[in-house]
Design a protein around this ligand. Structure first.
Ligand SMILES: C[S@@+](CC[C@H](N)C(=O)[O-])C[C@H]1O[C@@H](n2cnc3c(N)ncnc32)[C@H](O)[C@@H]1O
Length: 442
């Protein structure tokens, strides 16, 4: 336990600086060559602390007015968060926490560590709820989410459904892996998994996707994963490429492609990479995309580093099918990526919406008549989903909505029951929205 504390502190500091939780965990496991037990302790603390960050921070802020949590050094901020988690979630005593964490403490505002722990311990849950009369403010602490997000959800769905979705963000969703048939057969890989005593269930409707029910070894440690024969991919995400239904002779554009989970799936479904163009704006992410497509046996995909809002000049041709999986708030993924819950502010949402609109508008220009666009996000906010599509259809009368089949999710009556939304508590996957539109001759 003692040796893992500096690593947990370092991971929390990196996430605090804006790095992604997933990347930080992967980096720390590899860098420090953690064994299985250390890895699970690191995952536990980082996930738990980021899941409950507003609640943990409120205990610390309420405990003392002698320092500002924002202004203290990042390692001490991380240490206090671990300490508060141990006191308030693990129900450890002040002495127990002091024994584990004191060696890593440097004075904050000349307060001794034990005094600080006692101050935090003296704050009760009732103290936190003072002046929080309305439901969104109460849910904000009960379900560890910003109030503005809860207000948006309640406006969309009402209180009961919102509570179910918020509850689901506190639970783990199953891990799904796709057998990468570009590199191995379904039978070969599932045979190996059985030999490793991994229990799995094939997913109805999505060929080559299995749900991992029980595994004695983390999937990323398997050779099959390292060799690109297995792709960790959420059920909802794998559904998107099926809705696109790529065919071998079709010209296909993946407009926002990195890290390439859907691109490689499109190649597997089409059975060829030769007509596929994958675009991403971010140079670092283009490198990730290139390496990943190579690992997954899809290196023949053409890759372009460009702003997809302005592709018409760089790409002279048109496409039969376009996948637009644009940047979004990620509000469907809070269960597996709790850090992003705290990153996105209300004002950022408008920036995403503008980007999504601009990308969709460009996609419409690059599409052949009779071709189709599949639009997907891992957001549950209707203004990144239904409203984008409604507005687009209003402004582009030569486009019509097609059924986004195969339908696994809930169809939306806002859009003639043709789009689908997947919810974590119903579909046991990340929250996702998928729409499919056809271009008619004008
Ligand atoms: C949601 S992620 C795509 C995930 C990907 N489709 C997959 O399944 O692996 C959105 C991607 O869009 C890229 N992006 C952001 N703005 C862009 C733009 N203007 N043009 C092209 N790509 C953009 C980001 O760099 C990011 O990699």
């Amino acid at each position: 336990m003692d040796s893992i504390i500096p690593i947990v502190i370092s991971a929390l500091e990196d996430i605090d600086k804006g790095k992604s939780l997933r990347n930080v965990l992967r980096f720390h496991v590899n860098q420090y060559k953690l064994d299985r037990e250390e890895e699970s302790t690191l995952y536990y603390y980082v996930h738990e602390i980021y899941r409950k960050l507003n609640w943990i921070d409120l205990f610390i802020k309420t405990s003392s007015s002698n320092f500002s949590l924002k202004k203290i050094k990042s390692d001490m901020r991380a240490l206090l968060r671990i300490a508060t988690h141990m006191l308030k979630v693990n129900n450890k005593s002040v002495n127990e926490v002091a024994t584990i964490l004191e060696p890593h403490y440097h004075s904050i505002a000349h307060i001794s560590f034990c005094t600080l722990l006692e101050l935090i311990q003296s704050v009760t849950e009732e103290n936190l709820y003072e002046n929080r009369e309305d439901l969104p403010s109460k849910y904000s602490l009960k379900y560890f989410t910003y109030t503005w997000i809860i207000r948006k959800f309640i406006k969309q769905w009402g209180e009961d459904f919102t509570e179910k979705v918020l509850q689901s963000f506190l639970e783990s969703i199953p891990m799904y892996v796709r057998i990468n048939i570009l590199k191995a057969s379904f039978d070969e890989i599932t045979g190996n998994l059985t030999d490793y005593e991994i229990k799995y269930t094939p997913v109805d409707t999505i060929p080559d996707l299995i749900r991992i029910d029980e595994t004695p070894v983390p999937i990323p440690r398997l050779d099959e994963f390292k060799d690109g024969k297995l792709v960790v991919q959420q059920k909802a995400s794998a559904l998107v490429s099926l809705v696109l239904d790529p065919q071998p002779d079709e010209e296909i554009l993946d407009m926002c492609a990195s890290p390439g989970g859907k691109t490689s799936h499109i190649v597997a479904l089409a059975g060829t990479a030769k007509n596929i163009l994958a675009v991403d704006l971010n140079k670092e992410r283009v490198k990730i995309l290139t390496n990943r497509l190579k690992l997954l046996g899809a290196e023949e995909v053409k890759i372009l580093s460009a702003d997809a809002r302005n592709l018409k000049t760089a790409v002279k041709s048109t496409f039969d099918k376009i996948l637009l999986d644009p940047p979004c708030s990620g509000s469907g993924t809070y269960s597996s990526r709790p850090d992003i819950k705290w990153r996105i502010k209300q004002r950022d949402l408008n920036w995403y919406i503008k980007l999504q609109n601009d990308l969709l508008s460009e996609a419409s220009k690059l599409l052949e008549v009779d071709g189709c666009i599949v639009y997907s996000t891992c957001s549950l906010f209707e203004d990144e989903n239904h409203e984008i599509i409604s507005q687009f259809l209003k402004n582009n009368s030569n486009f019509s909505l097609m059924l986004a089949s195969p339908m696994i999710g809930i169809p939306s009556d806002l859009l003639n029951n043709r789009t689908q939304t997947l919810y974590p508590h119903i579909h046991k996957t990340e929250g996702f929205f998928i729409a499919r539109m056809k271009k008619e001759s004008s």
